[in-house]
Design a protein around this ligand. Structure first.
Ligand SMILES: [Zn+2]
Length: 226
């Protein structure tokens, strides 16, 4: 097992450096699937031994795994990310080092996050000469110190949040108007139905009283004009 490594040319994943969650998978047995694999791998592998070579799970899309993370029969390696090829360790370590932060962030509620960000920002001081580090395109100049860059980002983010809030308020208003319109149209529909029903009733009564057609029209016109 110790010499296990991914057969994809530049992929540096092997049994020793493999990050958690990465698995190795054997090549398919059927010639039909092998042909499909060859199409994908012809420029990616210098050597492929159908019996011994293994491909690491990084090269398969999620849809090709079943719930047990086993490779499905029709799986084809289609992913050859440049980052996986050149700097596997650095690329892998990022999610591992940030896993705790991600987990904690997922637990936070929106209001707590907002309060936390606001209080952190209050501790930062806006550079007095921020403007001198900002270009006319609202980017930082190459010589801008880190805090000026940070502040520009904070300002942009602030502006973005304001804009989003405005959009949200606008949307809410539109939804409210639509809801009101819908209710109004429902009401008028009901009114029309009621009118129609009473008209039908009047016509029926008139017919029962054997009013002539002319009398019926006269009475109906009077009712309508009311
Ligand atoms: Zn690989």
């Amino acid at each position: 097992m110790s010499n296990l490594h991914c057969a994809i040319g530049n992929c540096k994943i092997n049994a020793h450096n493999k990050p958690p969650g990465i698995s190795f998978h054997p090549c398919p047995a059927s010639s039909e699937m092998r042909n499909k694999w060859l199409m994908m791998l012809k420029n990616k592998c210098s050597m492929l031994d159908w019996a011994k070579s293994r491909i690491c799970s990084r090269h398969f899309e999620n849809k090709y795994f079943d719930s047990q993370r086993k490779l499905k029969e029709h799986a084809i390696p289609t992913l050859f990310p440049a980052s996986a090829m050149e700097k596997p360790l650095r690329n892998d370590s990022t999610p591992i080092f940030n896993a705790k932060t991600e987990r904690l962030l997922n637990k936070q509620v929106q209001s707590d996050l907002m309060i936390d960000i606001k209080s952190s920002l209050n501790k930062l001081k806006e550079p007095t000469n921020l403007d001198t580090f900002v270009t006319d395109e609202l980017k930082w100049k190459p010589d801008a110190p880190m805090e000026a860059r940070l502040w520009l980002m904070v300002k942009k983010q602030d502006r973005l949040i304001t804009m989003l809030m405005e959009d949200l308020a606008q949307n809410r208003k539109q939804v409210e108007t639509m809801r009101k319109n819908m209710e109004a149209s429902k009401l008028s529909k009901r009114e029309m139905e009621q009118n129609f029903e009473s008209m039908k009733y009047i016509v029926k009564s008139l017919q029962e009283k054997h009013a002539t057609l002319e009398e019926q029209i006269e009475i109906l016109t009077a009712v309508e004009a009311r």
